[in-house]
Design a protein around this ligand. Structure first.
Ligand code: SF4
Ligand code: SF4
Length: 135
């Protein structure tokens, strides 16, 4: 069946697709604009099932609002862009998806629900901001 025409397609790096739905920003000290974008994208990823989301490599629209994004690279210590790309690849592979694939939010939610908590969650430094209790 043909998909309904969408007003907007999100283009996100994989760990934003995989992790933002679970993250809470309440306890985090964040730049105001960055928090606003994180909140908007999280809302789309959790409450707008028909929004289309394409998995892309490298910085995305969330990164563009982040103070740690410099010259189109993540410079957030200690991991930075190269390591973030490894995390992205790891999570995308876990979901058996590829860069360039476009799914609806509902479809991403379906594949994520089969994999979450991810293998990566066991060692993730952001666990305290997630809904994960035990992994
Ligand atoms: S620039 Fe780095 S820290 Fe900022 S949103 Fe992107 S991946 Fe996250
Ligand atoms: S614990 Fe880390 S890897 Fe797991 S969902 Fe949360 S942010 Fe993502």
């Amino acid at each position: 069946m043909p998909r309904q025409r969408q007003a907007r397609t999100l283009r996100l790096r994989p760990h934003h697709i995989c992790c933002l739905p679970f993250l809470s920003f309440d306890g985090a000290t964040l730049d105001e604009r960055f928090r606003q974008v994180l909140t908007e994208v999280k809302e789309m990823l959790t409450a707008q099932p028909n929004v289309l989301v394409t998995a892309i490599e490298g910085v995305d629209e969330v990164c563009q609002a982040c103070p740690s994004c410099i010259n189109d690279r993540c410079e957030s210590p200690p991991i930075k862009e190269d390591m973030v790309r490894k995390v992205d690849r790891f999570l995308l592979r876990d979901l058996r998806k590829s860069y360039g694939e476009t799914l609806t939010v509902a479809e991403w939610q379906s594949v994520i629900s089969q994999k979450w908590p991810y293998r990566l969650c066991r060692i993730c430094r952001w666990r305290e901001y997630c809904g994960i209790q035990v992994v």
